[in-house]
Design a protein around this ligand. Structure first.
Ligand code: PRX
Length: 632
C-alpha cells in the first residue's frame, strides 16, 4: 500500500542490507514519501556518548498534516476512526478523514483560545473516548507537547508527572466507564491539581454527564468552549527535532522518567514500522486494543495508522465485559482485518474458555499481533488457532516506550515466524547481544543483553528536564551502545527471542514498574520500615508483584496491614501496581555492604527454594530460613 512497503523476503534482505550500508540514503527515501514544508539539510547526526541524535535536521513539518490534511484529497471520505463504547448497546461513532480533520482543528482552536501555544506542555488524562484521540492530535497541530497520563494512574502519580513537565493545561473528562464500573476522573484531577501550581487551565469533556466540581477561573467545559471557535486551524510549522510528546515510563530507579520523542523521526518510524510489520492494505480495518495512555496506543492506535491513511478502531471497554467474547464480537461487528493486543489479554480470554471465541466467525481477520511482554507458547498457539484459525500470521512485536516503534518483529507473511520469537530486526534496526563482560556475541545460538549499535529515527532523544538521566539509563552501561534493559536469545537462523528485563523492572500485564518505585510507595505506610519488591511468574499477568515488608512491630492482624499497604500503593501509583502477595518478614537478605540480594527473594517468590545459591556472604543467613518458611 505504502510505496515503502516491503513485500517479499528478498526485498526485506535487500532493504536490510541497504539500511546498514547506506542508512542516510535508506531513511531519506522513506522520509521523501511524507509532506515536508521544508526538506531536511542533513538526514542524520549522532553520537551515543552524550547522547545527541538528530534526524532530518533542518526539516520543517507538522505530523498532523501528514496524518490528516494530506489524505483529504484521496481519502477524505474514508473512515479514519471508529469508536466503540464500553457498553455494547451504545451506538458506535465514526469519523471520516475529513470529519476527523475538522474535529482536530476545532479542538486545536479551543486550545489556542485558552492560551495554549507551541512548546507548552499539556497533560491529557482522559478515558478512551474519541476526544482523547482528537486532543492528542490537537496538541500536535499547534505544536504543544502532549503528555498523556494513563487513566489508571492515581492523583499522586499524575501530579508527579504534571510537575515534572511543568504542564500549563490539563485535558480531562468528568468520568469514565470501565466494564461495569464508572470512575470519577475529574475528582482525581482536582485532587492532583492541589499540588500542581503550573496548571492554569483545565478543559473538561463530558462523558457521563456527572455534576463535577469546577474551579472558577481554571476549569471550563469543552462543549462550551467549542462553540466559540471556527473549524479552520492551519498546522504550526515544526522543526523535525522539536518535541512532539513526553511519555512517562518506569525504570530501575524510583521516579518515572519522561521519555521525549520528536516530530520528524517519530513520524517516519511510526508509519514505516506500522505498514511493514502488519503489511497494511488500503481496505484494512485495523484494531489495536492498547490504551492511548501507553506508547502502543500513541504509535499504533493513533499516529501509525493515521499516517498510513488506515481505518483505526478505538475501544473504550475491557476484554471481559459484558463477557469474554467482547473482543471477538467487536472484530465481527466491524470486520477487523488486523488485530493487535497484549499477551495478558490473550491469557485472560484463554482462561475463560474457547466457547466465547468459537461463537464468532472472525472471517475478516488476516493478521494478528502481540506486544508488551513475552508471549508464552501456549498463548501463542491458542491465539493462532482460535483467533487466527490457523491461517493468520501472529507477529510478536518487540519494542519499548523509548524506541518509539517496533524494532524486532516478524513482518506478516514476509519474514520468518516462530512461536514466542519476535524474529528478525526491521530494516534500519541494528541489534547486538552483549555478554556479561561487555563483549559482543557475534555468533548465533547465543544469549545476552540486548543493545542497539546504530540510531533509528523513532528513538528517544532525552528524558525531560534531565538529559544526564537519559545518558545514565541507556547509554552508559555499554560504551557507544543503547542498552534496552532486556535479555534476549538469538537462534541458529538469527531470530531473536526476548527473555525479559534484566534490571529491576517488573512487567505486569505489559506495564512497566520499577521495583524501587513500588517500594517507595509501600514505605509510605506508617507501619512499614523497609520493603523489597520482586516479580514472579503469574499465569495471566505475565509477572505478579511480590512484596517483602519489615514492620515496626509484628502486626496483630496481617490481613489488615496488607490491605493498608495495598491502599497506599493504589494512592501513590494506581490500581495497576497493586502487590499480589505481601509477606511480613523480620529482616531482608542483605550483603555485608547492605545490598538486598534480590536473587534470593526472586527464588522465594517463584516458589523455587531448592537451590538458593551461595548465601554465605549474607549479613544474617538465618533470615533466609524465616523467609522461606513464611513464603506465600
Ligand atoms: O521487556 C520488554 C517488554 O516490554 C518492555 C517495554 O515496555 P514499555 O516501554 O512499557 O513498552 C511496551 C510496549 C512496546 C521491553 O523492554 N516487551 C515489549 N514487547 C515485548 C516485550 N517482551 C517480549 N516480547 C515482546 N514482544
Amino acid at each position: 500500500m505504502s510505496t515503502t512497503q516491503i513485500k517479499t523476503f528478498e526485498e526485506y534482505q535487500e532493504a536490510y542490507k541497504r539500511s546498514v550500508e547506506d542508512p542516510e540514503g535508506f531513511w531519506a527515501d522513506i522520509a521523501e514519501t511524507f509532506t515536508w514544508r521544508k526538506k531536511w539539510d542533513k538526514v542524520l547526526e549522532w553520537n551515543f556518548e552524550e547522547p545527541d541524535v538528530k534526524w532530518f535536521k533542518g526539516g520543517k513539518m507538522n505530523i498532523t498534516e501528514n496524518c490528516l490534511d494530506r489524505h483529504l484529497k484521496t481519502r477524505g471520505n474514508k473512515l479514519a476512526l471508529i469508536w466503540e463504547s464500553n457498553d455494547p448497546k451504545e451506538r458506535f461513532v465514526r469519523f471520516t478523514y475529513k470529519e476527523l480533520h475538522e474535529r482536530v482543528c476545532q479542538f486545536a482552536n479551543v486550545l489556542k483560545n485558552n492560551g495554549a501555544k507551541k512548546g507548552d506542555r499539556i497533560c491529557i488524562y482522559m478515558p478512551m473516548i474519541p476526544e482523547l484521540a482528537i486532543a492528542v492530535l490537537a496538541c500536535a497541530r499547534i505544536g504543544a507537547v502532549h503528555s498523556v497520563v494513563f487513566g489508571g494512574f492515581s492523583a499522586a502519580a499524575m501530579a508527579d508527572r504534571i510537575n515534572d513537565a511543568q504542564c500549563s493545561m490539563v485535558l480531562t473528562a468528568d468520568g469514565l466507564n470501565r466494564g461495569a464500573k464508572q470512575i470519577p476522573v475529574k475528582r482525581v484531577v482536582n485532587e492532583a491539581l492541589q499540588t500542581c501550581p503550573s496548571v492554569e487551565r483545565v478543559i473538561v469533556v463530558e462523558r457521563l454527564g456527572w455534576a463535577v466540581q469546577m474551579v472558577e477561573g481554571r476549569d471550563v467545559w469543552y462543549h462550551d468552549e467549542v462553540k466559540k471557535v471556527g473549524k479552520d486551524c492551519p498546522a504550526e510549522e515544526m522543526d523535525a527535532e522539536d518535541m512532539l510528546f513526553i511519555l512517562y515510563t518506569s525504570g530501575s530507579t524510583g521516579k518515572p522518567k519522561g521519555v521525549v520523542h520528536t516530530c520528524g523521526g517519530y513520524m517516519v518510524y511510526a508509519q514505516y514500522s506500522f505498514c511493514n510489520v502488519f503489511q497494511i492494505e488500503e481496505s484494512d480495518i485495523y484494531w489495536c486494543t492498547a490504551d492511548i495512555g501507553w506508547i502502543t496506543g500513541h504509535t499504533y492506535l493513533l499516529y501509525g495508522p493515521l499516517l498510513s491513511g488506515t481505518t483505526t478502531v478505538m475501544f473504550e471497554g475491557i476484554p471481559t465485559y459484558p463477557d469474554p467474547g467482547r473482543f471477538w464480537q467487536v472484530v465481527d461487528k466491524f470486520g477487523v482485518s488486523v488485530f493487535y493486543t497484549a499477551p495478558t489479554a490473550i491469557r485472560s480470554l484463554m482462561a475463560a474458555g474457547e466457547d466465547h471465541v468459537l461463537s464468532y466467525s472472525l472471517d475478516s481477520v488476516r493478521v494478528l499481533g502481540s506486544v508488551g511482554e513475552p508471549i508464552n507458547e501456549e498463548a501463542w498457539y491458542w491465539y493462532h488457532l482460535h483467533v487466527g484459525k490457523d491461517r493468520c500470521p501472529v507477529v510478536d512485536t518487540w519494542w519499548q516506550t523509548e524506541t518509539g516503534g517496533i524494532m524486532i518483529s516478524t513482518m506478516a507473511n514476509v519474514t520468518p515466524m516462530k512461536p514466542s520469537h519476535a524474529g528478525l530486526p526491521l530494516p534500519g534496526v541494528q541489534p547486538i547481544l552483549i555478554d556479561s563482560d561487555g563483549n559482543e556475541l557475534t555468533e548465533n545460538e547465543v544469549e545476552g543483553y540486548l543493545c542497539m549499535k546504530f540510531p533509528w529515527p523513532g528513538m528517544i532523544r532525552t528524558t525531560y528536564g534531565d538529559h544526564e538521566r537519559c545518558r545514565l539509563s541507556y547509554f552508559s552501561t555499554y560504551k557507544g551502545l543503547y542498552f534496552t534493559g532486556d535479555g534476549a536469545k538469538r537462534d541458529k537462523d538469527g531470530l531473536y527471542r526476548i527473555i525479559g528485563r534484566v534490571d529491576d523492572v517488573i512487567n505486569v500485564s505489559g506495564h512497566r514498574f520499577g521495583t524501587a518505585e513500588i517500594e517507595e510507595a509501600i514505605n509510605h505506610n506508617k507501619d512499614v520500615i523497609e520493603s523489597a519488591v520482586v516479580g514472579y511468574p503469574h499465569d495471566v499477568k505475565g509477572q505478579g508483584i511480590y512484596a517483602f515488608v519489615i514492620c515496626n512491630e509484628i502486626p496483630e492482624n496481617a490481613d489488615h496491614l496488607r490491605a493498608e499497604i495495598v491502599e497506599t500503593v493504589v494512592s501513590k501509583i494506581g490500581k495497576i501496581a497493586k502487590p499480589d502477595k505481601i509477606q511480613v518478614v523480620s529482616g531482608l537478605p542483605k550483603t555485608r555492604s547492605g545490598k538486598i540480594m534480590r536473587r534470593i527473594l526472586r527464588k522465594v517468590a517463584e516458589g523455587d527454594t531448592s537451590n538458593l545459591g551461595d548465601t554465605s556472604t549474607l549479613l544474617d543467613p538465618d533470615v533466609v530460613t524465616e523467609i522461606v518458611e513464611g513464603a506465600l
